[in-house]
Design a protein around this ligand. Structure first.
Ligand code: UD1
Ligand code: UDP
Length: 388
């Protein structure tokens, strides 16, 4: 079975990395990887960390790309790729423009599609934009719907789609488990990864920040920056912010926060370094999907700068709080969260509602029609509450 995995951005590569490894080890599968290059530097960081060498690279990224420009380059190059490779299956991940075009292009050529991380929904097609639309379109055309959780399965069942639904857990927990094991097992590696952060003051609480959602461009990002500037004036806090390379993020963040005391603006970190920062953080402030899933397994409280999330499990468990993009609300929520005692730094997949580290094996077994047990979260999920 010729399985072509197509991905193009940082989070897709992190979450497909363990699956690509499992596909490569599986008997009866010829695993082929195509990166679209929707991201360049941020994708290449992950590829080299996971040791993935793509057979095909469509190299589509241009600076400040538009969604339609990106779609048209992707459809054209993917169609030629499918003609050349003639895969038996195409695997896509999540909700990016790469994933949506790769799935639809395969559908147009009647190639069966597997959607990894299927069934996430906010119910509002504008939020996240355009990802909620991408997910729905991919799920409509997919033959295998690899739902990470029971609630994503329920979303798919409500839509009466044609694909076979399998609850696998999220492959992000596979990636996190492998990365934490590397860090835990190698003191010299930890020291090397910590070295660029020698400026951090152990007496201050560490707030780790990421942000990049398109629907927050403009006033949303201005508000986020105002909140961070206000927080940075405190004596008990320091901020590390790896800034996404999108010019719509770089612009306001550098203009408002560049040079501020207690705010360390750094380039996007490779996954090893970012996992280490999450381990060291007291609180994480983010709009990222993946970080919402990773932090509960690391015992870290997360404040999400959005009004809705397609990942309700950790909110329900009390580890994630939605704080929107209004400055005063963000400031109040961070102050509230840092007033809690420092949380654990250990990795505990049992504390995660999102996966147990075996999602990739389940996906491979499902593709090969071999027996496996679906993912079920442990009963001790998410035991690190915010202050009452
Ligand atoms: C994309 C995905 C989003 C995902 C995010 C992860 C879509 C519509 N959006 O958003 O779902 O959460 O990736 O980060 O698919 N850039 C670089 N170098 C890089 C990466 C980006 O310079 O390595 C800059 C380029 O100017 C590029 C711009 O960022 O044009 C936007 O990249 P794009 O992939 O279109 O959007 P993201 O906001 O990154
Ligand atoms: N991440 C990383 N380096 C960084 C910031 C984030 O490796 O500097 C990882 C993070 O751990 C998570 C993923 O990138 O696995 C999230 O990517 P992003 O926020 O870009 O996209 P989203 O998850 O929102 O789609």
């Amino acid at each position: 079975m010729k399985v072509l995995s197509v991905f193009g951005t940082r989070p897709e590569a992190i979450k497909m990395g363990p699956l690509v490894r499992a596909l490569g080890e599986a008997q009866h599968i010829e695993s082929i990887v195509c990166t679209t290059g929707q991201h360049r530097a941020m994708l290449d960081q992950v590829m080299s960390l996971f040791g993935i060498v793509p057979a095909h690279d469509l190299d589509v990224m241009v600076a400040n790309q538009t969604l339609n420009g990106l779609c048209s380059r992707l459809f054209e190059r993917l169609d030629a790729l499918y003609e050349q490779v003639k895969p038996d299956r195409v695997l896509v991940h999540g909700d990016t423009t790469t994933a949506m075009t790769a799935a639809v292009a395969a559908f147009h050529r009647r190639i069966p599609v597997g959607h990894v991380e299927a069934g996430l929904r906010t119910g509002d097609v504008q939020r996240p934009w355009p990802e909620e639309m991408n997910r729905r379109v991919i799920d409509v055309v997919s033959d295998w719907l690899f739902a990470p959780t029971a609630s994503s399965r329920a979303n798919l069942e409500r839509e009466h789609l044609g694909g076979r639904i399998v609850v696998t857990g999220n492959t992000v927990i596979d990636a996190l488990r492998q990365t934490v094991a590397r860090l835990d097992g190698d003191g010299a590696l930890r020291a090397a990864v910590d070295a660029p952060f020698g400026m951090l003051d152990p007496r201050r609480r560490l707030l780790l920040v990421t942000g990049h959602r398109r629907e927050s461009f403009g006033s949303g990002f201005e508000n986020i920056c105002r909140a961070l500037a206000e927080l940075a004036a405190r004596d008990d806090l320091q901020v590390v912010y790896p800034v996404h390379l999108n010019p719509n993020v770089q612009g306001p963040v550098n203009a408002h926060l560049g040079g501020l005391r207690n705010v360390h603006l750094v380039p996007p970190q490779d996954y090893l370094s970012f996992v280490r920062l999450m381990q060291r953080a007291d609180v994480i402030l983010t709009d990222s999907g993946g970080v919402q899933e990773e932090a509960p397994a690391l015992g870290k409280p997360v404040l999400v700068m959005r009004d809705v999330t397609e990942r309700p499990e950790a909110v329900e468990a009390g580890v994630v709080r939605l704080v929107g993009t209004e400055s005063a609300r963000i400031v109040a929520a961070v102050i509230d969260a840092i007033s809690a005692p420092p949380s654990a730094t250990g990795f505990d997949p049992g504390a995660s509602p999102y996966g147990d580290g075996h999602a990739s094996d389940r996906i491979v077994a499902a593709l090969l029609e071999q027996p496996f047990t679906e993912f079920r979260p442990a009963s001790r999920v998410a035991a690190i509450p915010f202050p009452a």
